[in-house]
Design a protein around this ligand. Structure first.
Ligand code: GDP
Length: 340
């Protein structure tokens, strides 16, 4: 294959990879361009990029972990980005550095515009102490989740001490976010019960704090009603392993009201669970979970990318579909190609 001529668009696009130490140094010094480039490597599908990304993440690991990782979810329109902007600006005023990441496996269809879009958090995205990164586009949930988890580590090494992971409260992505954050916050609307808000009971159960947003104007009494009914509903759930009883707060993100109270709860959670040992234990459990996830993902990749598996697939599938072979037999025949 002939090389593209010098300065052709194809050649200009490809940035040379730096040494892992160069990325580490830049990230540690707060160089946002290098941090962004390192995240791009994490998100890349190119084998040399993935390998370099792994080296950079390993190099950053000793400097990571020193943050509170917050998950934020809620139905579209509930006010997540408004809330994140208000909380982020409040935290920056208090001297924190805030990273905002998004998990949105559907972003291929929505062209990445639903979550983490910079235009939705104008003040925060213009602030030198904030770093906003949208969801990697065109990925499966598993892929987005692993990449976001590695991005958290890079952001922590860059000194971001509050990492917010945003997701839309409609599907499986909550479970993924829950498995990578310390504290999970569910935003709700005044009035409607969780069925009406399209929120699954499982998500309410995962939450460490429920916040009824838009508690302003003539919605205040409706918001208070929602607060009461969620408080009652929470009594019916089994108590949490953390020993923490999730509070139900009111806020008005647009006016930045109720934000300090919510942050106080996060800090209370961090203090009590650090003292009880749960905070660390939970992170260790998450590390174990990600080890397993990674192995499963890699095994599946090795299998499906195996040339013999690819070649035999249609024939085996045909035998299984026609009833000549059982699914188990077909699977076993194909799995034999996977010599580890
Ligand atoms: P997201 O889809 O969950 O990220 O929601 P957005 O943050 O984009 O907010 C959706 C709409 O609700 C926007 O028009 C916001 O201005 C509005 N909104 C957000 N928070 C509040 C609030 O506290 N009070 C009121 N009245 N409107 C709000």
């Amino acid at each position: 294959m002939s090389k593209p001529p010098p300065n052709s668009p194809k050649q200009r696009k490809r940035k040379p990879l730096l040494a892992p130490e160069a990325y580490l140094k830049g990230i540690r010094e707060g160089d946002r361009v290098l941090l962004g480039q390192a995240i791009t490597l994490v998100e890349s599908h190119k084998p040399d990029h993935s390998e370099r990304a792994r080296e950079v993440v390993e190099a950053c690991l000793p400097y990571s972990g020193r943050s509170i990782r917050l998950g934020i979810t809620g139905s579209p329109g509930v006010g997540k980005s408004t809330f994140i902007e208000a909380l982020g600006m409040y935290l920056i005023e208090k001297g924190h550095k805030v990273a905002v990441l998004a998990i949105d496996p559907s972003s291929k269809q929505s062209k990445g515009s639903i979550l983490g879009d910079k235009t939705r958090m104008t003040r925060l995205s213009a602030d030198p102490n904030a770093f906003i990164r949208p969801s990697p586009a065109g990925e499966s949930l598993g892929g987005v989740a692993r990449k976001t988890r590695e991005t958290i580590l890079l952001c922590e090494a860059a000194g971001y001490d509050v990492v917010i992971v945003e997701t839309v409260g409609v599907g499986q992505s909550e479970t993924a976010v829950h498995s990578m954050v310390d504290f999970f916050l569910l935003l709700l609307l005044p009035g409607a019960g969780d069925e009406l808000q399209g929120i699954k009971r499982g998500i309410v159960e995962m939450a460490d704090l429920l916040a009824v947003n838009k508690a302003d104007g003539d919605r205040v009494s409706l918001a208070k009603e929602a607060q009461r009914s969620y408080r009652n509903a929470l009594h019916l759930f089994p108590s949490k392993e953390s020993g923490w009883n999730p509070p139900v707060c009111l806020c008005a993100a647009l006016q930045s009201e109720g934000i300090p109270e919510i942050w106080e709860e996060v800090q209370k959670f961090q203090a009590t669970t650090t003292q009880s040992g749960y905070f660390q234990q939970h992170r260790q459990e998450q590390a174990k979970y990600w080890l397993l996830e990674f192995i499963q993902e890699k095994l599946a990749q090795l299998f499906f990318e195996n040339p013999a598996v690819k070649e035999q697939w249609t024939e085996v599938e045909h035998k299984v579909v026609s009833g000549e072979w059982s699914s188990i037999k077909g699977g076993e025949v194909l799995l034999k190609f996977l010599s580890l």
